[in-house]
Design a protein. Structure first.
Length: 211
């Protein structure tokens, strides 16, 4: 089944490349989808899991060997700064105002620890966070919500987006350091928490954002 998934990616890539050779260029890249499939084929051959952000299909996939293990829908998204069609990058770090905390329980000598462990710990994961990648790329994630506290956080995110980013653009332009900010709004809080939990430092990510 895994081999079939990788083979399917290869066939899709060949098909798109053939269409590019017989057609005309449209936009910055001749065929962004072909470039994305080619780069994903390389990731599918690696032993680890990887994330695929497909903004054209409005979805986020956690994949292994070309197989989608989990999919989250994107409610809406926006981009600021340097644009691109497709990029592979590795997560450098995660950042959030309210990082999850885990209780460290050390049993006394001669006592057994009777603790019910929550393996996924999804309830403890944050709903608003940033993912930092190389080449000055940051992806901000937040959920759609009607909860008052989370709505305040969303309003704050909007103020930062339209108030701070223009100033950052001027400053980074003077320093000749272009950057990219992408904001993703998930369908609900559970999806945002699951994405935070699934991402780890050093994990590969393919970002497909055709212009």
């Amino acid at each position: 089944m895994i081999k079939m998934a990788v083979l399917s990616l290869a066939l899709l890539m060949v098909g798109d490349v053939g269409a590019t050779m017989g057609g005309s260029k449209d936009g910055p890249a001749a065929n962004p989808r072909a470039a994305a499939l080619e780069q994903e084929l390389a990731l599918a051959k690696t032993p680890g899991m990887y994330f695929l952000f497909d903004f054209k299909k409005r979805r986020i996939d956690l994949k292994f060997r070309g197989l989608a293990l989990k999919t989250w829908e994107i409610a809406r998204t926006k981009v600021w700064g340097r644009d691109f069609d497709v990029r592979i990058s590795k997560l450098e770090r995660k950042s959030t105002l309210f990082p999850p905390k885990r209780a460290n329980i050390t049993p006394k000598p001669g006592e057994e620890a009777d603790i019910e462990l929550d393996v996924l710990e999804l309830d403890k994961m944050p709903t608003h966070f940033s993912l930092y990648f190389g080449e000055k790329l940051r992806i901000k994630v937040r959920p759609k919500t009607r909860k008052f506290g989370k709505m305040v956080l969303n309003a704050g995110a909007g103020i930062v987006w339209y108030g701070f980013l223009p100033l950052k653009t001027v400053w980074m332009s003077l320093r000749k350091k272009p950057f990219t900010e992408i904001e993703i709004v998930t369908k609900n809080e559970k999806d945002a928490k699951a994405i935070y939990w699934a991402f780890y430092e050093g994990q590969s990510c393919l970002i497909y954002h055709p212009r």
